[in-house]
Ligand binder design. Sequence first.
Ligand code: HEM
Length: 392
Amino acid sequence: MASSIVHASKGQKERKENEVIASLDPLNADGLIGQIPDLNKNKDVNSLVFSTKNLMPSWPDLQEFDYYQANAAIRDIGILLGSIKRHGVEPYTVIPDLEAKMKHLATKTSMPPRDTLLHYTVWNPAGDRKRMYTGTADEHYLIDSVVTAIDPLVCAIYLLKELHYTPLHSGDFERICDQVVGHFQKVIDGMVLARRNVSLSYFATELRLYFDPIMLDGREYLGPGAVEMPMFVFDQLLWSCDCDDVEYQIFKKTYLPYVHPEMRKIYIQYQNRDSLLGKCYKNIVKKNIDFDPSVYTSMRALRMCFQQLKSFRMPHKKVAEEAYAHTSGEHHGCDHVKNSISQDYRANGSGGYSPDILSNIVKLTNQKTAKLDACIAFYELKAGRSFVYPGS
Ligand code: HEM
């Protein structure tokens, strides 16, 4: 019970932070925001650059900003940087002091020196103040689908962390798994919202181009694509901190800088430790513990968490493949940088990967689910039960 209170207060803290940052307008950008979609539609790069120069805070203002104001400032500069880059111009070449000022904001916020998915979604105000590249219904829904999903995902991550401290024979284990399943349902709902309301061809040929990486200080920083959700932190706790798949490890490290500092902390804390799956395997197979109905119940409850993950990943992969089929003619290959990340962003996902990475992640998720099924089946044999576990 005490652990649930901890989790509830963590969730409230996140929500409070979202509300505070979304409410702020430290650069007085509210008046400009409504014009950005038209400037983009007209490919008016000169006006975009002019507006960005006007919006850039002075050094004294920058020094004054607190954590919340600094994040709101990154959000508002970011929407302009993504717009300028979409029309083929590297922002640092046209905005004086951009690199130094963004670096300063990054230090204040412990975030990258550009906007991330958090800035674009949960730190983005609703209604007339919503910061958008195109102002289209598709973009509204894309933002809303991530808003639907991201806080519940964070709650589910804190709950998985609690499971790491909950013994398998405790009745709390099943209760916490049920809560994980409940929160994760919102992640699936977010995906369904996007699938129903975002035109995949429009996403592939227009929207994602605003998420292109920009250069700052000699390196690339990725744009605010949904791939920056802390899904890999969920994986980390559930099955992947003890998984040695090199491609997935590179993927996780690529996105680690873009998630919330709290999520980064959890990810790092669980590096090189047993995942929840690993703990089940050790107890059931290696230690060969005696049959205990409450342990069995816990494992079946954990299996439901894997099921939810699969229920997100399978349809999401289909959506991605369908969307990128619209650009297949432009595809030029994707295996030349950091093993699988590609510099050819226009041919790949907004995070720079091709949808191929999703096949690997889905494959791993299925393999790990099968491993849990094998543990459960092994345990059932031990109990001398004759029924077959339906998930196996
Ligand atoms: C128009 C709909 C969407 C398309 C076409 C799409 C496409 C993609 C692609 C191609 C990737 C590979 C990485 C990359 O971007 O380079 C990816 C990854 C990812 N996307 Fe999406 N996506 C869409 C919507 C969403 C939504 C609504 C969510 C969350 C609610 C989401 C969450 C993720 C996550 C978490 C990953 C990382 C891989 C994983 O953990 O399975 N995506 N997406």
